[in-house]
Design a protein around this ligand. Structure first.
Ligand SMILES: Cc1cc2nc3c(=O)[nH]c(=O)nc-3n(C[C@H](O)[C@H](O)[C@H](O)COP(=O)(O)OP(=O)(O)OC[C@H]3O[C@@H](n4cnc5c(N)ncnc54)[C@H](O)[C@@H]3O)c2cc1C
Length: 397
């Protein structure tokens, strides 16, 4: 197939990029190796700031609306804080990703599932060939001047064109607890987050329509103990790990600021580029934000107004990386002093608002914008202390 743009991977990043580019009138092919609808290891939490970037309502696939957080620390103390408004939509990736692909198809995108991309080559300068194989072994060849890698952690596109080398990564494991009698009342409208549960990470309890999603995530070296941590975490809530269905895990790629996300006619989106937020492991904001930033640049490139996609690199450096860096600083503070932080959140409404403002970094409501400015001044310094403390502690072990 000969098109203007090939997008590899039909997660939220790929389907959003494909839809946004097709809306400019370009011919777009969206390919995924899985047969859709497909599941993906994920808590399925879509933040309000992510939903706000989409030009349609996610209502049909939202299973629970979250307005508050039950925050727990390793000593077992908890505090419940309300935002007074929706902060997170709970979805299942199987349904959400299909819904987003359908919106791309509505915009004119050609979607091919069940085709594994094996290889990408540049046949003549500026013309890329994507070599794919379907589940019956039939080979396909697609050509385009622009190729977008939205093929997730360990994607083919990044490797082939040598972008995003050696990203650090986190790991996470999750499963679903069926709730035939409905979501327990203590969890209705809330999520539970238990900080510093494992090295560099946290545990979560997310209510969905007919089940609860429970998971743990942390630094890569926590990987081998992740199942044990998940079992212990479920147990702490009185659930047996054996009751969990569809237990799956995956990597969370975390890249350094400045890593290349584009070269010539090729660009990478979120997971493929290592742009997952390091505090909560939120990747869907980066997925949709990077796709929305890339689409107009692709349009300008196809219209011949710019020589390459370098504007996209600049947009990420300007708009997304500062948020990811701030989240990384908060993660360091949290992992250094989880107990005191929960104590502060419990005793100070203002401290809670600072955290809430930082969670939607740079997008605090006007009445809380002072919190964001105060945090701008304080957080980098405290994070630097936290990193020194974490290094010291690691050295003592
Ligand atoms: C356990 C866990 C929990 C998480 N919870 C949350 C959460 O609650 N909220 C949140 O915002 N983020 C969460 N994340 C992060 C989030 O899941 C990812 O950041 C997000 O899915 C990235 O979207 P994407 O479109 O880049 O990639 P993906 O959603 O991973 O999609 C990539 C697609 O590419 C396809 N693909 C891969 N290789 C090929 C190939 N060779 N050929 C063709 N197709 C290919 C795959 O089949 C897949 O469909 C979580 C991650 C994990 C691991």
């Amino acid at each position: 197939m000969d098109v203007n743009v090939i997008v590899m991977g039909a997660g939220p990043a790929g389907s959003t990029a494909a839809r946004e580019i097709a809306a400019f009138g370009h011919r777009v092919l969206l390919i995924d190796r899985a047969e859709f609808p497909r599941d993906k290891a994920c808590g399925g939490g879509v933040s309000i700031k992510t939903a706000a970037l989409l030009p349609f309502d996610l209502g049909p696939v939202v299973e629970h609306v979250v307005t508050g957080v039950i925050l727990g620390d390793p000593r077992g103390s908890t505090v419940t804080r309300e935002t007074g408004a929706p902060m997170l939509y709970m979805t299942q990736r199987r349904r959400l990703d299909m819904f987003l692909v359908d919106r791309a198809i509505d915009a004119g995108v050609t979607f091919v599932d069940g085709q594994v991309v094996d290889r990408l080559s540049e046949e003549t300068p500026g013309t890329y060939v994507v070599h794919a194989t379907d589940h019956d072994g039939h080979e396909a060849r697609h050509t385009a001047p622009i190729v977008i890698g939205a093929d997730g952690a360990n994607g083919v596109v990044g490797r082939v064109v040598d972008l995003a080398p050696s990203a650090a990564h986190g790991v996470a494991l999750e499963g679903n607890l069926p709730c035939p009698d409905g979501i327990p009342s203590w969890l209705q409208g809330h999520i539970a987050i238990d900080v510093a549960l494992i090295p560099g990470g946290y545990g979560w309890v997310f209510p969905k329509g007919d089940h609860i999603n429970i998971g743990v995530g942390g630094w890569a070296h926590a990987g081998p103990q992740l199942r044990e941590h998940l079992a212990g975490y479920a147990q702490a809530y009185g659930w047996s790990v054996d009751a969990l269905k569809d237990v799956t895990g995956h990597q969370l790629p975390l890249q350094q600021r400045g890593a290349a996300v584009t070269r010539a006619g090729v660009a990478l989106l979120v997971d493929a580029a290592g742009m997952v937020e390091p505090l909560l492991g939120e990747g869907m904001y980066g997925a949709v934000a990077s796709a929305c930033a890339l689409a107009p640049v692709v349009h300008r490139r196809l219209a011949g107004n710019v020589p390459d996609l370098a504007e996209y690199q600049r947009a990420m450096e300007r708009d997304l990386w500062p948020d990811l860096e701030r989240a990384g600083q908060l993660a360091d503070i949290l992992h250094a002093w989880p107990g005191p932080l929960v104590w502060v959140a419990r005793h100070s409404e203002s401290a809670w608002w600072i955290v809430a403002a930082l969670m939607s970094v740079g997008r605090a409501e006007p009445r809380h914008s002072w919190s964001a400015s105060a945090a701008d001044a304080i957080v980098p310094r405290v994070a630097s202390l936290a990193r020194s403390w974490l290094r010291l502690r690691a050295g003592r072990r």
